[in-house]
Structures are given as structure tokens and as C-alpha cells.
Design a protein around this ligand. Structure first.
Ligand SMILES: Nc1nc2c(ncn2[C@@H]2O[C@H](COP(=O)(O)OP(=O)(O)OP(=O)(O)O)[C@@H](O)[C@H]2O)c(=O)[nH]1
Ligand SMILES: [Mg+2]
Length: 287
């Protein structure tokens, strides 16, 4: 039986879809891939989020003090392989506070702010996560702003976040060649809302990640651009507010996640081939 450990660092700003993604991943493997795999040890936290989506409700924004571990084992029915998957459902507020330009510009770059409250604790959490992870994923929210300038600044903010974190990965893990870079996956979420607008996905995604892909052209080893939808289909709901009413999207149960499990399969195969390369390098050094 082959076994593999995935320690995934999952980044994305507030409302990029991290919690929905984590719930959809478990649900999609349970439902769509149940002929090949079964899941063991899924926590209540994720089961509760799945139930929420199935009631047609979105999860609430993950709280700053929350420390939600998402862990499970994926086992092949024939017992030929076994994957242990661990990640943390980070509160996007922490990431926004550190990486998204605000009144203090980008806090992450400012030594004098990094060591002060509330940032110090956030910085430590991110650094620990980077140190213990062997795969990285960025969730990008396409946003779909009506205003062109607003859209541009949303795109750039997410691009800079990726660029900054990848820089930190290269620094902390002492990456000198792209061979030593852990696999990195960029996933554009909420694709049920955007598939008709961005039909040339690859061109669109590369444009949004302009600075990241340019700056790190030589650092990035195995990386991929993907899109997914945690719920598959959304329904429009009219809600009343003080001055009138507005329409919002809600999950339309039963949810039908799309492209979510594929992200995990890409990560498993990338971590696996990295493991093989490393053991080959080790063998060569010993000979
Ligand atoms: N249409 C559609 N909307 C989605 C999907 N996933 C997320 N959303 C929207 O994005 C919002 C935020 O999703 P979350 O998963 O809570 O985002 P998050 O990254 O966990 O946010 P924080 O907890 O604040 O960091 C949801 O309330 C939905 O409005 C999706 O697959 N399809
Ligand atoms: Mg969340």
C-alpha cells in the first residue's frame, strides 16, 4: 500500500471561497468518486458546512480567532493507496490584514508592523503554515465588478498577495532552483458565475496573475491554473433591505461541485512525483 501525506497551505482573501471549497472537496469525493475512494475521519466542522450548503445557505465568514483544521484520509477501495490530507481553513481577514494593500500599505513588508499586535500572531500563523506545508494553493475570486477600475484593483490585490506569499515560500524553504519549489495551484473559484464571461480561461487567469507569474517565472516548478465551483449551480434570491430589495446568489441544493476534486488529484500527483524526484536525488548522492 502506498501512502502519501498532503500538508496543504490554502490561501485566499476574504470571501474567496475557502470554506465552501473545503466542504465541496469532501462532498465531491464522497459523492462522485465513491466507487474508487472512501473518506475516513472527516470532522464535524466540514460535515456541518456541507449540511449548510445543502440547506441553501452560505457559511459565515471564518472568524479571526478560529483555528479550523480540515483533515481526512482518502483510501482507495482496493487498499492500494492511502492519502492523509491536512489543511487549515484560514480566516481571510488575517490574510487581508497582512497582504492586501490598505492604509498601512502591505503590512507583511513592514518589519516595524509585523512584530506588533495584532499582526505578530498572524505572521506567526502564516510562517508556521508555510514551514509545515508541502503543497500550496491560492484561491482567487474573479469578483466580477461592474466598474473597470475597481475590478483592476481587486485583481492586482490578489495577484500581489500570491506574489508576496510565494516570495516568502522561496525564502523560508531556501528554494534556489525551481526543482526545489513545492507544487503550487492557482484556483479561480465561483466558476458557475464566470464560465460564460471568461471563455478563454488560461488567457484570463494569466492576465490576473500577471505579476506573480512574471516575478516568479524562474522559481515556479510544478504549477497549474484551474477553476472550480463549490456548488455547481446558484439561484438568485431577492431579499428586502431598508430602502428596497436586492438580488443575491444562494446555493441551489443539492450542490454539484465541479472541478474541486480535480484540484486535489493534481496536488496528489505533484506531491507524489516530487517525492520520487527527491528519493532519486538522495540515491544519486549516496552512490
Ligand atoms: N456562486 C458561487 N458563489 C460562491 C461559491 N463559493 C463561494 N461563493 C461565494 O463566496 C462567499 C464566500 O465564500 P466562503 O467560502 O465563505 O469564503 P472564505 O474564503 O471562506 O471567506 P472567509 O472565511 O471570510 O475567509 C459565499 O458566501 C458565496 O457568496 C461558488 O462555488 N459559487
Ligand atoms: Mg471561511
Amino acid at each position: 500500500m502506498t501512502s502519501i501525506d498532503i500538508d496543504l497551505a490554502l490561501f485566499g482573501q476574504k470571501a474567496s471561497g475557502k470554506t465552501v471549497y473545503a466542504a465541496a472537496l469532501v462532498y465531491e469525493i464522497q459523492k462522485r468518486y465513491n466507487r474508487s475512494y472512501y473518506l475516513r475521519n472527516v470532522e464535524d466542522y466540514i460535515e456541518d458546512r456541507i449540511a449548510e450548503l445543502q440547506r441553501g445557505e452560505w457559511p459565515s465568514s471564518t472568524q479571526v480567532f478560529a483555528d479550523e483544521q480540515v483533515m481526512f484520509d482518502i483510501v482507495k477501495h482496493d487498499n492500494s493507496s492511502h492519502v492523509t490530507y491536512r489543511t487549515i481553513d484560514l480566516p481571510g481577514e488575517i490574510i487581508e490584514g497582512l497582504f492586501i494593500p490598505g492604509e498601512n500599505r502591505v503590512v507583511w513588508r513592514k518589519e516595524e508592523l509585523r512584530s506588533k499586535r495584532p499582526y505578530r500572531e498572524y505572521v506567526e500563523r502564516i510562517c508556521n503554515l508555510i514551514d509545515k506545508s508541502n503543497a500550496f494553493m491560492f484561491l482567487i475570486n474573479p469578483k466580477g465588478c461592474e466598474d473597470e477600475n475597481e475590478q483592476l484593483s481587486e485583481d492586482i490585490a490578489q495577484d500581489l498577495m500570491c506574489m508576496e506569499i510565494i516570495h516568502e515560500i522561496t525564502r523560508r524553504k531556501n528554494v534556489t532552483t525551481s526543482n526545489h519549489m513545492p507544487p503550487i495551484l492557482f484556483v479561480f473559484t465561483q466558476w458557475d458565475l464566470y464560465e460564460n464571461r471568461y471563455t478563454e480561461f488560461e488567457t484570463y487567469a494569466r492576465r490576473v496573475l500577471h505579476f506573480t507569474l512574471g516575478t516568479h517565472a524562474r522559481n515556479l516548478g510544478s504549477y497549474e491554473l484551474m477553476n472550480c465551483s463549490g456548488i455547481g449551480k446558484a439561484k438568485l434570491e431577492r431579499i428586502r433591505n431598508g430602502t428596497g430589495s436586492k438580488t443575491i446568489y444562494k446555493p441551489n441544493p443539492p450542490i454539484e461541485p465541479r472541478g474541486v476534486a480535480e484540484t486535489l488529484f493534481w496536488i496528489i500527483s505533484s506531491v507524489n512525483s516530487r517525492k520520487k524526484d527527491e528519493s532519486r536525488e538522495g540515491d544519486e548522492e549516496n552512490n
